[in-house]
Design a protein around this ligand. Structure first.
Ligand SMILES: CC(=O)SCCNC(=O)CCNC(=O)[C@H](O)C(C)(C)COP(=O)(O)OP(=O)(O)OC[C@H]1O[C@@H](n2cnc3c(N)ncnc32)[C@H](O)[C@@H]1OP(=O)(O)O
Ligand SMILES: CC(C)C(=O)C(=O)O
Ligand SMILES: [Mg+2]
Length: 510
């Protein structure tokens, strides 16, 4: 069976989703999980974009073995050198060079002629090949590129030594048959030698997965995908949808991947939690409703025979139904640490001890502590409280069935301890006004979302907020059994992410 290489770009194109900003530590955690999922290439970021992204790519290249680690780079010497320095510790370092080839991009964005673009492809690919063994060249906006010119661009990249040729549908414009034809014609017209062909699709017309699958039928060797389909604008082709389609319909595609499908659910949840991008309930494969049956006739069918209405076995993609850890207030450290380890986390002794304390506090509030609760606690421990400028020491809220609420907060920050009170049209507004006064930061609340991360009346509530500062969005998140406490801390988390960026951009990835 032909092997299709999975190039995961969750940490690069996925992170280009508006409002997503991952720290290097968060990127590393996701990269480790992607390695467990057994993707072939991790595009860890864009090393020249910021010191933080450089650090993230380098950290992942050093720490995550058995997978190729790649950095994006423009066709410039500086970008190539930064990408090389960042990804060179990898077992298989890869530089992903791109240059646009469509007339609209060349004329208006690059302001270059066709000849200049060909010249730059040649010199950039040659230079990158002097640095690393794997160089991917992407003809940006290839979907809207004049085909004869695209052939010239690809010939230039191949003869300069590119090991992968990617034809991205950057703006999600093509239809499946058209996209497939481009690969078929390209193979007919260019002697690719050992260079692989790659597909990279965006979802502007909701066709990213269909186009990716069409490209596989047309013989590509690699597909570029993101977990949960996150990415620039409407997103990229979703890894889990492509992976499951290939596995389930091997009769049609006749290809395989190295993917460990049982890691899909866990990877999806991790990416969702750390990016703040909520997975819609009806999302294929990983949505909460993907294996839920609502109507009587369907329920009857599934009870008699699961496959009447389920084409995917949820366990195959790691969705374990009715699984609950038997953990509670009588559990000790050994059992608890083992569970954390089984969930795939490698934590320091100090983090484990602190986490255990939080677990015991939670046991006093909740009858049953589930795997979801523990995942939420780990996130709070490892990421939520990292690198903070402000901490919330005290919160008191007074509210009722009248619109006016009051909140009092005590916040510790660079100016010391400050106490402030404010009123608002509801408790959350009152809290946020009080926090604004206590921090003195000028941020504007852009979005506020609240959800229950665990089932039952005593569930943990998760609040995600985005604050806007100078047209940029910063996401904050917190999980607690008290939703007003979670609301306050999520807001402070978002402000902290903004302040980290302001004082030390290298700590944040973007
Ligand atoms: C399709 C994609 O997903 S492409 C990847 C998109 N990702 C990103 O942009 C990552 C985040 N970007 C950044 O941090 C910044 O844009 C940087 C650091 C990369 C560049 O910042 P700046 O130097 O300030 O340039 P800015 O972003 O304003 O403009 C881009 C410049 O790169 C040029 N450029 C665009 N693509 C390429 C390319 N592939 N090769 C060479 N130059 C390019 C543009 O023409 C423009 O040049 P100009 O300044 O001479 O007009
Ligand atoms: C950098 C390239 C491959 C890209 O993301 C695109 O064209 O969509
Ligand atoms: Mg893209």
């Amino acid at each position: 069976m032909k092997h299709i290489q999975i190039f995961d770009t969750t940490l690069r194109d996925g992170e280009q989703s508006p409002g997503v900003s991952l720290t290097a530590g968060e990127k590393l955690e996701i990269a480790r999980q992607l390695a467990k999922l057994r993707v072939d290439v991790i595009e860890a970021g864009y090393a020249a974009a910021s010191p933080g992204d450089f650090a993230a790519v380098q950290t992942i290249a050093r720490a995550v073995k058995g997978v190729s680690v790649c950095s994006l780079a423009r066709a410039t010497e500086n970008d190539i050198l930064r990408a090389y320095e960042a990804c060179s510790p990898s077992d298989a370092p890869c530089i992903h060079l791109f240059l646009a080839t469509s007339d609209v991009h060349m004329q208006h964005k690059l302001r270059m002629t066709r000849d200049q673009v060909l010249q730059q492809i040649d010199s950039a690919v040659r230079f990158a090949r002097t640095k690393v063994p794997f160089v991917e060249f992407s003809a940006e906006d290839s979907g809207r590129t004049d085909f004869d010119f695209l052939v010239q661009a690809v010939k230039t990249a191949v003869s300069a030594g590119a090991t992968v040729i990617n034809l991205p549908d950057t703006v999600g414009y093509l239809l499946p048959q058209e996209y497939a034809q481009r690969f078929i014609r390209m193979r007919e017209q260019v002697e690719l030698g050992s260079a692989l062909l790659s597909a990279h699709c965006h979802d502007d017309l909701g066709l990213a997965v269909a186009n990716t699958l069409a490209a596989i039928s047309a013989g590509v060797d690699q597909v570029e995908v993101t977990m949960n389909g996150i990415g620039e604008r409407a997103g990229n082709a979703s890894l889990e949808e492509v992976a499951v389609a290939l596995a389930l319909r091997a009769d049609m595609y006749g290809v395989d991947t190295k993917l460990e499908l049982s890691q899909i659910a866990r990877t999806s949840k991790l990416v969702s939690r750390l990016t703040g991008m909520v997975v819609p309930g009806n999302k294929a494969v990983v949505g909460a409703n993907a294996f839920a049956h609502e109507s009587g006739i369907h329920q009857d069918g599934v009870l008699k025979e699961r496959t009447t209405y389920e084409i995917i076995d949820p366990q195959v993609v790691g969705v374990v139904e009715n699984k609950q850890l038997v953990l509670g207030k009588h559990s000790g450290r050994h059992a608890f640490f083992k569970h954390v380890e089984e969930l795939g986390y490698v934590l320091s002794d100090q983090d484990l001890q602190n986490l255990f304390m939080r677990f015991k506090e939670l046991c006093d509030k909740k009858k049953q502590v589930t795997e979801e609760d523990i995942l939420a606690l780990v996130d709070e421990r490892v990421y939520g409280e990292a690198q903070h400028t402000y901490t919330l020491d005290y919160l008191h809220v007074s509210c009722g069935n009248q619109p006016l609420s009051t909140a009092t907060v005590r916040v510790t920050g660079p100016q010391g301890v400050r106490e402030e009170a404010a009123v608002g049209n509801g408790p959350v507004e009152a809290i946020y006004r009080a926090i604004d006064r206590a921090t003195g930061e000028e941020v504007e609340l852009a979005t506020y979302q609240i959800s229950s991360v665990t089932p039952g009346q005593d569930a943990l509530g998760e609040v995600r907020v985005q604050v806007r500062v100078n047209h940029r969005l910063f996401t904050g998140r917190h999980v607690a059994s008290d939703v007003l406490d979670a609301s306050a801390r999520a807001y402070i988390d978002a402000i902290n992410r903004y302040t980290i960026m302001r004082v030390a951009p290298a700590l944040l990835v973007k």
